[in-house]
Design a protein around this ligand. Structure first.
Ligand code: SF4
Length: 694
């Protein structure tokens, strides 16, 4: 502090990493950002932060930042810096050419959960109104799309039910397929505090995550299930609850569809859902399943927190529905301390979904085939809109390889590194005639791009992010965009060049339009956010200051809907060639594909991905701790160093995906969730063998 001097002024803004959405004071001296200080009045973090939000913002100034637009004729040519006008002109003329030659549906775009709500909104507006099709999708496709679909079927809304404060009233915490101490550290601290006060803990995860055993916190039950068996275990918990008479009859009678409940209760009571049968399939002690079910149903206020270990499976949506069934059957909804709480990975994945980024939905999750809804948008936008859903990301890839999809605008997402089956993605990208990448750095996807549009960091723009508890937080401009334009301005310029004017002067005007078109956002404005700090949607005439807890006194859809969740094993099977199951996750100091955190001092804590392997499996293969190993699956192979640990069970290996030199997704397959196409990142049959390195 003595060296850098006292800051002169500060700007309150929101962290751009995980879905906790911590508020920070960006402390400035002149135009220079001195430090980020967690804001004590931030409702999501109350003055706390983690090593990412507090320290890992230096990528904003990193020498790798690309701040000038660039174009090239083909991907084997060098990049050439051009003016913004030339770059935008190239995008518009190429997209128009492709549509004239190959039809209206030949192009599309991908929005980013890293961008603001306002940027996401104008991006999908450009595609629907300017491109004239619904070929818009979002990186939520590969993470929480099953949450959106599954919870909408059960409860009527595509979002978590509680606020973070709710954890303070929780008596039993169930953590499924999530690792909060690494991925959502500030909220994990609140969980730990409650656990230290005496709340019980059930962890359902193939890996012994930190929460299972740490100082003053120990799980009452850890179910180390075999990857790919989540649905079976949820059904076994339900079996115990129903057959042992632990259902909350009053809640079901009052708030749920009785016929659906009866049908579901008969289904889960069947022998294939018993703890004995499921225990064999999932590799879990049946008594531990029974104990966990009894504790969840009878231990007071019980809340389920889950992450990508639930959604990124061939049955991701089914497991989300199974979780919803458990919460309804035990009456754990509609009050503080309970609920179904998806822990969203990215800062604005909730917002990206809310803002109409899916190919079948306009803002607020309204289907594009709804004539009345579409007409409202058509009147506001002055453009006719397509009533047919567009292509999802994997469909775009398939259509590109097949030859009908020719142009893609990717905003703030490194699809080559983050989507599964890297070779397939590369083939799709190289089949397209115009790939436009808008990003901070020349990421892996940019290797296949024809136009590069420089992106802006969260410090360089105004807007809002919506966190995992539906909280809409303000993002405030701390410094001018290094490229001269914020992301929303770039999208507006592309739209204008394509003849679709969107004359907003400030993101607040974009939010005003979102509020006018979206019932759940009707009361949201920058004035309100500046006045009260943040609000949780729905925020409208019925809830002018937002809604911390949803489904109080009844479900949004009317009666809660029990859904049949039959366990269907994934097609990804182990066998003699690939006898181990790989699952993936994150580490505290790094974030996703690492594009930002690798360009900060956080890399000192973690500069390469490791493969966790059980001592028994390592010994069988002659692998020692720190050795290079080769990881093979049926779609690809990579090399990384081994870390021998009993955190993983025999037969299971685990790695992170933060470093492009590993490219963990080279080995993940194209199997995806039956309802949403969310990739099955969490189950890949692999073999591990000693190697000499890459
Ligand atoms: Fe940022 Fe998440 Fe860390 Fe909060 S917990 S500082 S939102 S990365």
């Amino acid at each position: 502090l003595i060296e850098i001097g006292q800051p002169e002024h500060s700007v309150v803004t929101t962290c751009a990493y995980c879905g906790v959405g911590c508020s920070f004071k960006a402390e400035m001296r002149g135009e220079e950002l001195v430090r980020m200080v967690p804001w004590k009045d931030g409702k999501a973090n109350r003055g706390h932060s983690c090593v990412k939000g507090r320290f890992a913002w230096g990528y904003t100034h990193h020498r790798d930042r690309i701040v000038k637009p660039m174009i090239r004729e083909s991907i084997d040519q060098p990049w050439r810096e051009v003016s913004w006008d030339d770059a935008i002109g190239r995008v518009a003329s190429e997209f128009r050419r492709l549509q004239e030659k190959h039809g209206r549906l030949a192009i599309g775009g991908i929005t980013s959960s890293r961008c603001t709500n306002e940027e996401t909104y104008v991006m999908q507006k450009l595609i629907r109104g300017g491109f004239g099709n619904n070929n818009v999708d979002t990186c939520a496709r590969v993470c929480h799309s099953p949450t959106g679909f599954g919870l909408a079927q059960a409860f009527g809304t595509s979002a978590g039910t509680q606020d973070f404060d709710s954890v303070e009233h929780c008596d039993v915490m169930v953590v499924i397929g999530a690792n909060p101490t690494d991925a959502h550290p500030v909220f994990a601290s609140r969980m730990k505090k409650r656990l230290r006060q005496g709340a019980k803990l059930i962890v359902i995860d193939p890996r012994r995550i930190d929460l299972v055993r740490m100082p003053h916190v120990e799980a009452d039950h850890h179910l180390p299930l075999r990857p790919g068996t989540n649905t079976a275990v949820m059904n076994a918990l339900a079996h115990t609850i129903v057959t042992e008479g632990l259902v909350n009859e009053r809640f079901v009678r009052e708030f749920c569809d009785r016929d659906a409940f009866e049908y579901w209760a008969a289904f889960v009571s069947e022998p294939q859902n018993s703890p004995e049968t499921v225990g064999t399939v999932a590799g879990v002690d049946p008594e531990a399943i029974r104990g966990a079910a009894r504790l969840y149903a009878g231990g007071g206020n019980a809340a389920i927190y889950y992450g990508l270990g639930v959604t990124e499976h061939s049955q991701g949506t089914t497991t989300v529905m199974a979780i919803a069934n458990l919460a309804m059957a035990t009456g754990n909804l509609g009050r503080p301390g309970v609920g179904v709480n998806p822990l969203r990975g990215q800062n604005n994945v909730q917002g990206a979904c809310d803002m109409g980024s899916f190919p079948h939905e306009l803002t607020g999750y309204r289907h594009v085939s709804d004539d009345q809804v579409r007409e409202t948008f058509e009147t506001m936008w002055g453009r006719p809109l397509d009533s047919e859903p567009g292509l999802r990301i994997p469909n775009m890839f398939d259509a590109a390889i097949e030859g009908s999809f020719k142009g893609l605008y990717v905003q703030g997402e490194d699809i080559l590194q983050s989507d599964p089956d890297t070779a397939h993605v590369a083939r799709a990208l190289s089949s397209m005639e115009c790939v436009v990448v808008q990003d901070l750095f020349l990421n892996e996807t940019a290797n296949y791009a024809h136009v590069f549009l420089p992106g802006s960091t969260f410090l360089e723009k105004d807007g809002t992010f919506t966190n995992a508890e539906r909280r809409i937080n303000r993002v405030r401009r701390v410094m001018a965009p290094k490229s001269g334009m914020a992301d929303w301005e770039v999208t507006l310029a592309v739209a204008a060049a394509m003849g679709f004017a969107m004359p907003y002067r400030h993101p607040s005007e974009i939010m005003d339009e979102i509020a006018a078109l979206t019932p759940g956002f009707a009361g949201v404005s920058y004035d309100l956010l500046d006045r009260v700090g943040s609000v949780q949607w729905p925020c409208n005439e019925k809830a002018p200051l937002g809604t911390p807890v949803m489904h109080v006194g009844g479900f949004v859809r009317g009666k809660g809907n029990f859904l049949i969740t039959e366990y269907v094993p994934t097609d990804e099977r182990t066998g003699p060639r690939f006898p181990l199951l790989l699952t993936t996750g994150r580490i505290l100091s790094q974030y996703n594909v690492g594009a930002q955190t690798r360009r900060t001092d956080n890399v000192l804590w973690h500069d390469h991905d490791l493969l966790e392997i059980h001592p028994h499996d390592a010994e069988q293969r002659g692998v020692r701790d720190g050795d290079w190993v080769r990881l093979d699956s049926r779609v690809g192979s990579t090399s990384l160093r081994a870390h021998i640990t009993d955190r993983v069970a025999p037969g299971v290996v685990y790695t992170t995906f933060h470093h492009p030199d590993t490219q963990a997704n080279v080995v993940t397959t194209d199997i995806s969730d039956w309802a949403t196409n969310c990739p099955e990142y969490k189950v890949t049959a692999v073999q591990v063998a000693p190697s000499n390195g890459p």
